[in-house]
Design a protein around this ligand. Sequence first.
Ligand SMILES: NC(=O)C1=CN([C@@H]2O[C@H](COP(=O)(O)OP(=O)(O)OC[C@H]3O[C@@H](n4cnc5c(N)ncnc54)[C@H](O)[C@@H]3O)[C@@H](O)[C@H]2O)C=CC1
Ligand SMILES: O=C(O)C1=N[C@H](C(=O)O)C[C@H](O)C1
Length: 254
Amino acid sequence: MLKVILSGCNGAMGQVITKFIESNPDIHITAGFDRNPDKFHNSYPVYNDLSLCHEEANVIIDFSHHHAFEHIVDFALQRKFPLVMATTGLTAENKERLLELSTTLPIFHSANMSLGVNVVLEIVQKISKVLEDSFDIEIIEKHHNKKADAPSGTALMLAEGIDQSLKEDRIFVYGRHTKEDHRGKKDIGIHAIRGGTIVGEHTVLYAGNDEIIEIKHRALSKNIFAAGAIKAAQYILGKEKGYYNMGTLLEENK
Ligand SMILES: NC(=O)C1=CN([C@@H]2O[C@H](COP(=O)(O)OP(=O)(O)OC[C@H]3O[C@@H](n4cnc5c(N)ncnc54)[C@H](O)[C@@H]3O)[C@@H](O)[C@H]2O)C=CC1
Ligand SMILES: O=C(O)C1=N[C@H](C(=O)O)C[C@H](O)C1
């Protein structure tokens, strides 16, 4: 039985995961954590302070906010619970701390829990190598008007993945508000659009001379992220300490 402590349980993703787990007899949420603990009537206790949470679990799933990061990581360390970190907007220090924590516990970290985006990541790494010298690369992401962070964690993950696959380091340019400069050859432009109920859309655009390639992923519901996060939790259940992500999960399932 997978026993989950769900952080950010009263948010949009937290509630999708709650419904998802309610229909699965093999998974149980033992407790939730949220700064708004009374917003919904959940079938599990919800705390706004993790020091009050004494329930047992074999994994924490976090979809909250990066402001809660240290609190969650300290709790995982103290209770020795493996952690699935899905929250985006993490700082460089937060990411460093996750790596450090993975020397003690199994940590699964992905800015996008969907299978599709992670396949797109593999594809754009390959394409970018081929087009490196002759095409300009730009990333455009679109999300709903309730999203707190910009650019999305996925856009950054795609940009970092592309950068790692190329011979020369790239410069990330966030938006383009200038009347002076041309686009730099080494730029990867990253552009965020917010509106309505767009679940999540990511496009990597390759613009060359007289030709354009677009690789696009469009999420049609938040269920894909919930399903991916649960798969991630099941995946790290029996794992040794270490740093895992969708790449390692896909690799082991090939
Ligand atoms: N990795 C992935 O596949 C995905 C990641 N996300 C990320 O998950 C996070 C949550 O997304 P949503 O559910 O859409 O947001 P949301 O704003 O609807 O929910 C966040 C929840 O966290 C709680 N919260 C905020 N700050 C807190 C704090 N300091 N301490 C305790 N609780 C706190 C809020 O009360 C809220 O209930 C975001 O960072 C988002 O980008 C979202 C979807 C997919
Ligand atoms: O906030 C969201 O909704 C999403 N956030 C993630 C991100 O920042 O990349 C993943 C997904 O696109 C939905």
